[in-house]
Design a protein around this ligand. Structure first.
Ligand SMILES: Nc1ncnc2c1ncn2[C@@H]1O[C@H](COP(=O)(O)OP(=O)(O)O)[C@@H](O)[C@H]1O
Ligand SMILES: [Mg+2]
Length: 218
């Protein structure tokens, strides 16, 4: 498993569509890692740092057509740059684990596969902003789009700008996550998220323990 040079920290990312259970599983994983005595930084995107959270509010609230996919891409990467500089890299450099709810693959999926921004453009800006700070492991929670959206809308919060974009959009981004995972199989694992919370977490923990020897109980 690749990881960041000069650092013992680990960078774990959850990805997937609306309502797949990312935030629920992030919570459970962070708790389990802390039970191991590890320093864990729990964070999310868009947002995760004070500056990036300001941009989050602009991105996730309001009308679906409020921003074009290109404008979204630039705002997402502005937020990501601040998040990396002020939270993620400092944590990894001091050896902490970082568990992040969405990261760059959400830009590839939402603005690229879903929104039609050229993938080459996203890769260029990603190389400049994220560079070598790539996740050690990306856990993709996959499930049928309609069931995920039903879970998300039952949650009933006001951060529903992307939820409101329509089924075809959400089908494209589901496929976007799966394509990305298939392209970089060594750093990605896809989970069936259409199952109850506990068995899904057990699947995730099994993969984590296989990927990171320090998590195996001896
Ligand atoms: N495995 C699951 N089965 C059923 N409901 C779930 C499951 N995981 C999460 N939920 C519920 O579905 C909603 C969306 O979950 P959440 O973790 O917020 O998803 P996401 O962060 O991927 O959008 C929440 O109300 C949550 O309690
Ligand atoms: Mg969430």
């Amino acid at each position: 498993m690749s990881h960041i040079s000069n650092s013992t920290g680990r960078f774990i990312v959850f990805e997937g569509g609306e309502g797949a259970g990312k935030s629920t599983q992030v919570q459970a994983l962070v708790k389990r890692l802390r039970d191991f005595g590890l320093e864990v930084v729990q964070t999310r995107e868009p947002g995760g740092s004070p500056g990036a959270e300001v941009l989050r509010n602009l991105l996730v609230q309001g009308d679906a057509g409020r921003w074009s996919p290109m404008s979204e891409t630039l705002m997402m990467y502005a937020a990501r740059s601040d998040h990396l500089e002020t939270v993620i890299r400092p944590a990894l450099e001091r050896g902490a684990w970082v568990v992040c709810d969405r990261f760059a693959d959400s830009s590839r999926a939402y603005q690229g596969a879903g929104g039609g921004v050229a993938p080459e453009f996203i890769e260029q800006i990603d190389a400049a902003v994220v560079g070598d700070t790539q996740p050690d492991l990306v856990l993709v929670l996959d499930m049928p789009v309609e069931a995920g959206l039903a879970r998300a809308s039952a949650r009933g919060d006001k951060e529903n700008r992307f939820e409101s974009k329509g089924l075809a959009f959400h089908e494209r981004l589901r496929q976007g996550f799966l394509n990305r995972a298939a392209k970089v199989p060594e750093r990605y694992r896809v989970f069936n998220a259409d199952q109850p919370i506990e068995p899904l977490f057990n699947d995730i923990w099994r993969v984590m323990a296989r990927a990171f020897p320090e998590l195996r109980v001896t």
